[in-house]
Design a protein around this ligand. Structure first.
Ligand code: 1CP
Length: 374
């Protein structure tokens, strides 16, 4: 096996890693959340013969579907093919990926005594297939591999609700009614996430993204009191690994400052917030990622191009911007549209040297502090 530190050193000068660090580089790096799977015919053809779980449990297949979007789109980073519930599933929690729905947990975790169903994750024993996938990819990829995990809140939301939810009422009920159990649950999930991410980095992941996809269901007060300390522990315990740490959630416009405060190097901004306005909510020195509306790709390309240019304009050539969608690729997306977005970002996106980069949109109105290049 190649030394993971040597593999990471190989990508240290890639546009993606340099942008995560706010260092000079020459093209605006781009990748797409949920770039693997669903929208790709080559993924669907693998899925015709295998369940989602079979793909995740078979390193050669999981590596292949991780590589597919990189080959097709020419993205500047790959995201490991797995799921945020894979670690807890390996601990014996009955969680299945229901086609067209997402993770379903039966029975859910709702009471203090249910916590005994979780234990500490030993990645090399519990999820060896995930780590073997990382090893294959670290050798095969020409671009950095992003490892990932679910943040404690978002994983808790699946465990407590029993599946996807709109209101998160069981999750919030536990949070408000039994704070001690809530914090114990999030503490256990934070430990699982830390173990999983550390192991991915030890096998050669060059960056990590913590998905707190559903944190936007919370108001800032509750986020700060019930969630932030646990996500903060995750980021703190990863600090020594020396890889960029990205933090993303959907509908988190009001939480961006707190999500940066959790310790991320880069904060993802969803499509609801104009990129420059979102960026103004993140402190200097923290990078930003985003944020093209994913559904635009379902419409005509001239509109996609116009809005891609708008995202680039709002990024203002900042060396710490990473282009992405504001959330994941929708399954109905025509892959050729994303291919053209990558080309456009690479050919038209400009990166300024760190010293000339415009200052933040200090008044938060997103209207003029950021220099615009047409
Ligand atoms: O084949 C299929 O139809 C299964 C669909 C699918 C896929 C392709 C699921 C079920 N998960 C995945 C892979 C996956 N999940 C990846 C790797 C692929 C990639 O990103 O390119 C990653 C990073 C995830 C992470 C994930 N799973 C998140 C965080 C990212 C996000 O989009 O916010 C979340 C929330 C999940 C839960 C999940 N798993 C699957 C679905 C459909 C969902 C969402 C369900 C819901 O809406 O609550």
């Amino acid at each position: 096996m190649i030394d993971p530190a040597a593999l990471r050193a190989r990508h240290a000068d890639s546009p993606f890693i340099r942008a995560c660090r706010g260092e000079p580089h020459d093209i605006v790096p781009v990748w797409f959340m949920r770039q693997a799977g669903r929208a790709l015919p080559e993924y669907r053809s693998i899925r015709e013969g295998h369940t989602f779980e079979e793909v995740v449990h078979t390193p050669e297949l999981a590596a292949e579907v991780t590589l597919q979007p990189v080959r097709r789109y020419g993205t500047d980073a790959a995201i490991l093919f797995s799921d945020i519930v894979t670690p807890v599933a390996s601990l014996g929690i009955d969680v299945r990926i229901k086609p067209g729905v997402g993770p379903v947990v039966d029975p859910p975790i709702r009471h203090r005594e249910d916590l005994a169903r979780l234990r500490h994750l030993e990645p090399e024993l519990d999820v060896p297939y995930v780590l073997d996938t990382v090893s294959i990819l670290a050798e095969e990829l020409d671009v950095p591999l992003i490892g990932f995990a679910g943040a404690p809140f978002t994983v808790a939301s699946y465990l407590v609700e029993g599946g996807p939810s709109k209101s998160y009422s069981h999750t919030k009920a536990l949070m408000y009614a039994d704070e001690l159990t809530w914090h114990r649950l999030l503490d256990q999930l934070a430990s699982i996430t830390i173990a999983s991410l550390k192991a991915q980095v030890e096998r050669g992941a060059s960056a990590v993204q913590l998905f707190d996809s559903w944190a936007g269901a919370l108001n800032p007060l509750d986020y700060e009191r019930h969630v932030l300390p646990h996500s903060q522990r995750v980021f703190e315990e990863l600090a020594d690994l020396g890889v960029p740490r990205i933090h993303f959630g959907v509908a988190t416009g009001e939480l961006l400052g707190l999500m940066a405060a959790a310790g991320a190097d880069v904060v993802g901004i969803d499509w609801r917030v104009p990129l420059d306005v979102g960026r103004a909510r993140i402190p200097e020195g923290v990078g930003f990622q985003g944020n093209l509306e994913p559904a635009l790709a379902l419409g005509p390309f001239d509109q996609v191009a116009e809005r891609t240019r708008d995202v680039l304009r709002r990024a203002g050539g900042a060396p710490d911007h990473i282009f992405n969608l504001g959330h994941g690729v929708l399954p109905e997306t025509d892959p050729s549209v994303l291919e053209r977005v990558v080309d456009l970002v690479h050919t038209e996106g400009e990166v300024r040297a760190p010293a000339d980069a415009p200052t933040r949109d200090v008044d938060g109105r997103g209207d003029g502090d950021v220099e615009v290049s047409a």
